[in-house]
Design a protein around this ligand. Structure first.
Ligand code: ADP
Ligand code: MG
Length: 293
């Protein structure tokens, strides 16, 4: 199975949201990492066929998805960024409704729904109305509905938004179990979601992939550009004004700064092993790492 993104472009009015994205996706977990406004949602909507590209196309095993139509949709699971469900439905009824829309019979759907509610840890809340759900529970329900038809291609737009740290870990475990022989593409602006699970990361900015590679390939790019320096606390602000500082650790009257710089920032600076968050900050110095948990 091969999903080809061929020069995908999308303009809204005169604004370019996605500016020519080309990539080949084979089974595995792919992370789409970028700040708000980078074009992630627009790209994912084009891949799902809910938004028509201004130029370019998506092909599955060589065939344009437009030509595949329902055959493509049957293989696809999609969690939209703005998924809300139906507030007045229970989680179970909502999943049943979605299953019927996807062409499943009730007897096919019931055991699947049971399995999915269990998988996303909503088995006890299954009969509760969605309007009583927390943000994290709603997100987990959204993940469950995307998995109803055992999709070969799973597209998740900010699946971990609103999940607490424990739910995040659980989500990563679900994906790792699921992703064998499937294409999973998830967007996030939270670096730690990807570090452990993504086989390949696309770093998106201004509608383009700025760089892509395995986590270790991307980390190579940050090699020699991450430093630790301990200075008196009172110098902290001066350093932050001059340099990109990824992290601060106060200890009494001194502070240890994690500095991103192409050259050694001071004679006493020590080289560090880079993380994906360091690389993200090298590409998006103005972002301060988003809202990493
Ligand atoms: N339906 C739309 N109409 C007009 N502009 C849009 C629409 N959807 C997205 N955009 C614009 O496209 C850009 C990329 O947005 P989006 O794809 O939502 O990025 P991300 O998901 O990375 O935050 C933004 O500037 C956004 O305002
Ligand atoms: Mg988005």
């Amino acid at each position: 199975m091969e999903l080809l993104l061929e020069n995908l472009c999308k303009e809204f009015g005169g604004n370019t949201a996605v500016a020519g994205v080309t990539a080949v996706l084979e089974p595995g977990i792919y992370g789409l990492l970028g700040a708000n406004g980078a074009g992630k949602t627009t790209l994912l909507r084009m891949i799902c066929g809910v938004l028509k590209p201004t130029a370019g196309q998506v092909r599955l095993d060589g065939i344009p998805i437009d030509a595949l139509g329902a055959v493509y949709r049957d293989k696809l699971g999609y969690l939209p960024q703005d998924f809300v469900g139906y507030p007045q439905y229970s989680a179970r009824d909502f999943l049943l409704y979605m299953a019927v829309l996807k062409g499943m019979t009730r007897s096919q759907a019931m055991p699947k729904i049971q399995e999915l509610l269990h998988m996303v840890r909503l088995q006890e809340a299954g009969n509760k109305k969605i309007r009583t759900f927390s943000g994290g529970m709603r997100r987990r329900l959204g993940i469950a509905q995307a998995l109803l038809n055992d999709p070969d291609i799973l597209i998740l737009d900010e699946p971990t938004a609103g999940l607490d740290p424990k739910e995040r870990v659980h989500f990563r475990n679900i994906l790792e179990g699921y992703a064998q022989q499937k294409i999973v593409l998830l967007s996030t602006h939270i670096v730690s979601d990807l570090e452990a699970i993504a086989h390949k990361v696309f770093l998106m900015k201004d509608g383009c992939f700025q760089t892509q590679g395995t986590v270790s390939e991307l980390l190579q790019q940050a090699n020699g550009r991450v430093w630790e320096l301990t200075v008196p606390s009172r110098e902290s602000e001066t350093w932050q004004a001059r340099m990109t500082v990824a992290n601060l650790r106060y200890d009494g009257n001194s502070v240890t700064l994690r500095i991103l710089a192409d050259a050694k920032p001071a004679p006493a600076a020590r080289p560090c092993i880079p993380t994906l968050e360091d690389l993200y900050l090298l590409y998006f110095p103005e972002e301060e790492g988003g809202d990493n948990p």
